[in-house]
Design a binder for this molecule. Structure first.
Ligand code: 8YV
Length: 297
């Protein structure tokens, strides 16, 4: 923000007590939106900014930006790919280890003085297991690389087989879930992937199966997931993303078999710096009339 303010006149919509009042006051002069992956930019917002030229997104996912409105109205859209790939893959594996080995629960076990009084319950192994990856884009590939280093057998679901990926391809998500011990979700959000992890997929994953979601809350049918965790239709889940973040469904907070993260996959100092730089580089290139470093539209 400080860096943006050095170059631009910045209006902080997210801090405005009355958003509509701010839009009425300055909307007709706004030429750029800087936004975040999970907030995006709706057509409703963009319609109120007649001079809008560019939406620069601090995140790789652009599912919350109305891309068809932007396209139809000559508004450029940029995102921050690549710089966050390794971190999101790290958190996927971190959540997998945390969920299977119950690292957060073991931490509580030590802190609350249970160690030595009762045995720590035995947990589940990760190494050598079957990992199903839902989505084989840049981050999916980085997750596969890490899972392979754990000696895991890997198979993936995607719209199309990727000829550059040597792992098994499964066009049927239920069949992948049935095969896998762990299902890791890393598809883009949006209409095409809405609730693809549904009750049938969870049923197929089974009572020893675990779900890891580092994509978007929208990709999972949360009602079905909560029921599956309550009834032990699946064993456990590790979640970085939810519907209605940060006001997530409170039932998640009471479930012992879920590890929760506050949408923090890209949340390292190193990556957030690089993401911020890319947001500014895209804006600078646009206003200098140069090619955009990472265009989406
Ligand atoms: C967020 C993300 O944008 O890259 C994405 O699509 O969801 C994240 O990196 C980030 O948390 C900033 O809000």
């Amino acid at each position: 923000m400080v860096d943006l303010e050095a170059t631009y006149r910045v209006h902080r919509l997210w801090e405005a007590a009355d958003r509509q009042e701010l839009i009425s006051k300055v909307g007709s002069n706004i030429r750029a939106i800087a936004t975040r992956g999970e907030l995006g930019a709706s057509a409703e917002l963009m319609k109120q900014l007649p001079k809008l030229e560019i939406v620069s997104c601090y995140g790789v996912g652009t599912d919350a930006i109305d891309l068809s409105y932007a396209r139809a109205n000559g508004i450029r859209v940029t995102n921050t790919p690549d710089v966050l790939t390794e971190d999101v893959a790290d958190i996927a594996i971190g959540l997998l280890l945390s969920t299977a080995r119950q690292i957060p629960q073991a931490d509580v076990f030590v802190r609350t003085g249970q160690w030595g009084k009762i045995p720590m319950p035995l947990v589940r192994r990760v190494s050598g297991k079957k990992v199903g990856i839902v989505g084989m884009g840049r981050i999916g590939k980085a997750i596969a690389k890490r899972a392979a280093a754990f000696g895991c057998d890997i198979s993936y679901f995607a719209r199309n087989r990727d000829q550059d990926v040597a792992h098994g391809y499964e066009a049927n998500l239920v069949a992948l879930a049935n095969w896998a011990d762990f299902l890791i979700v890393i598809v883009p959000g949006g209409a095409a992937t809405m609730k693809i992890i549904n009750a049938e997929v969870l049923e197929a994953l089974g009572p020893e199966g675990m779900l890891i979601n580092v994509s978007r809350g929208t990709t999972v049918d949360e009602e079905a997931l909560i029921a599956a965790l309550q009834n032990r239709t699946i064993q456990a889940a590790g979640l970085d993303v939810f519907l209605n973040e940060p006001k997530i469904d409170e039932r998640f907070l009471t479930l012992p078999n879920v590890v929760l993260q506050p949408h923090h996959g890209s949340g390292t100092i190193e990556t957030r710096k690089a993401m911020g730089q890319l947001v500014r580089d895209n804006l600078a290139a646009h206003f200098a009339g140069q090619a955009l470093p990472t265009p989406v539209v």
